[in-house]
Design a protein. Sequence first.
Length: 475
Amino acid sequence: MEIDEELEYQLGEVTRKTHDMEIPVMIIIEGPPASGKSRLSNALYMALDAKYTDFIATRPARGIDLRYPFMQRFWNHLPKAGDINIHFRSWYAQYIEYKEAGITENVAVDYGEIAEDMQNFEKMLHNNGYEVLKFYVNTSEEVRQRHLEKLKENPVLKWKAEEFEENLELFNYEEEMQDFVEEDQLIPWTEIDFENKNEAINTMFSTIIEKLEARIEKENTTPVPRIVSDFTRYFETELFTFDFEKEKIEKSEYKDILPDLQLKMREIQFRLYQHKIPLILVYEGMDAAGKGGNIKRTRERLDPTGYTVNAISAPTDMELAHHYLWRFATSIPRSGHIGFFDRSWYGRVLVERVEGFASQKEWTQAYDEIKDFEKSLCNSGAVILKFFLSLDKDEQLKRFEKREDNIEKQWKITSEDWRNREKWDRYLEASEDMIKKTDTDYAPWHIIPGNDKRYARIEVLKKIISACEKVLEDE
């Protein structure tokens, strides 16, 4: 059998359409050593337009890779809208290597939970418009041995045969993968027998064409979701009911307490580094609630080589072309480091919900997606603490006016801030929904009264230190 040139033409045509329709495509190719997956992958790569196709070969995790969450490399390689990624080996091969080789760096729980993270990752991609196709390439032991013998006879490629044989001895890849392939998954596997190379290529091409044509048809017949406003007309908060007059600290007491807490925080930083525990600190809250000042006092005495501050603003065009979590997932700190997020992925259920930048389906499904994302970080050893700095509407007005009157702080106040203030009740309701639906044991929310900035800074530092000390005691 020859390669069907008509199929190759159709594949080029259908992928040009998905590119024009900005549908991101991920093609996963797995298979045991010497199964023929590299030849199949190359045939696919050659048939696609190189302008919007990337080939990602997932090598074994080593060195710096082990300092990041298990799924980090795959977040880094997420295609933007309209692009195609071919993953030669994927999170499945990485999972098997971790498990079979007993790799424990940056994996804090059993592999059952890591496998669940992988499925949640695929569900998140599927629910957000990524077209994911998974192929498992296999062939008989006899054919694989013939492949290996041919490689051994070639002095230039002999090393490759030796590497294949070494991997066969080290990892029980085939049995582990067969369990995944036979599992009932949201995105099923297509098995390809590589007994005949050209037949295998034709099978892969026709499968991709069929899947993408179905997706194009679905896109053409699915109406654009309407932006629905579902806010309560007379919203009354249950969470933000502080007696702000009581949540205060005297300036003299603040000056006595703060330096000791900051030194304690510095000690925590070094202990986290020693135990290779990443710390993720998320700050949300009303405009002018003091998030930036709070972060400044927390990191004031830290070693700057061990932390990063991510000040989140409106997404760029490149960020908008990716999944909304992409720009945050690619900024997660490596093990032993601290990542501050001045605003975060919660923008999906706050500003995007309130301002109508996300459909109701998008922001409602984001609650579970965010919890799954945070759980995967926790499963890779991270400590996650989330702070919501709250203040009352009168205090916010005072701070806005003070900023406008101070030439050195006028840059902090914009017309956007005043416009957001007009939607105070909507932001309050969205914030309350967010906290109720995403407060978990592994990534808890702490609501901090912020009318008194000094009080808020002390409270946040105390909670960070307390949570980290508990984790370090367990270590």
